[in-house]
Design a protein around this ligand. Structure first.
Ligand SMILES: [Ca+2]
Length: 179
């Protein structure tokens, strides 16, 4: 049987131990409540890979974003980061951390470190893409950045998480099309 041709998820990614549908639903809902749809992330992934892969669609990008949010390491990073953003907003967080998160203090840096847990899942291509989206702030990332700067909302962790998921999905696509 031509297993590789028919299987939707490549064998190396199809490990049930790292797939968690229930937590997937929780983190997707959490991101939605914070203003991010998976399709917003897929649009960034498309921006990263569309020019290199002829015929790549946003729908395919969305499938790879879905694959990324099924990973337990990714889900854990989302749960942790978004909780910290929400705690900072609610006031249930001590100083000086609260102030650093609310003003998105440039030398804080733990938001980027947490996001690397997501990027790591798909290896080295992800790092380059993550650095690129961090610098260019495409689409929803720019929007989150502006909301974070101009309102009481805190997106210190969310913007990096979104960039990391987009970068990881781009790597997943690169692996898929390289073979
Ligand atoms: Ca950030």
């Amino acid at each position: 049987m031509a297993e590789n041709e028919t299987a939707k998820i490549p064998k190396e990614y199809a490990d049930d131990r790292v797939n968690d549908t229930k937590t997937r639903d929780v983190v997707v809902k959490m991101m939605k409540e914070r203003g991010v749809e998976l399709s917003d992330i897929a649009a960034i992934t498309y921006g990263l890979q569309g020019k290199y892969i002829p015929g790549l669609s946003e729908k395919t990008c969305l499938e790879h974003v879905e694959r990324v949010v099924m990973k337990r390491e990714v889900q854990n990073a989302i749960l942790t980061g978004l909780e910290l953003d929400k705690l900072a907003e609610s006031g249930a967080m001590s100083e000086p951390l609260r102030g650093m998160l609310l003003e998105d203090y440039g030398l804080y840096g733990v938001d980027e470190v947490l996001a690397l847990a997501i990027v790591n899942v798909y290896g080295s291509i992800g790092f380059t893409n993550f650095g690129y989206v961090d610098k260019t702030k495409p689409g929803i990332i720019k929007k989150l950045d502006e909301i974070g700067k101009n309102t009481d909302q805190c997106h210190t962790f969310l913007d990096d998480i979104v960039g990391a998921i987009a970068a990881a999905a781009a790597s997943s696509i690169a692996h898929r099309y390289a073979g």
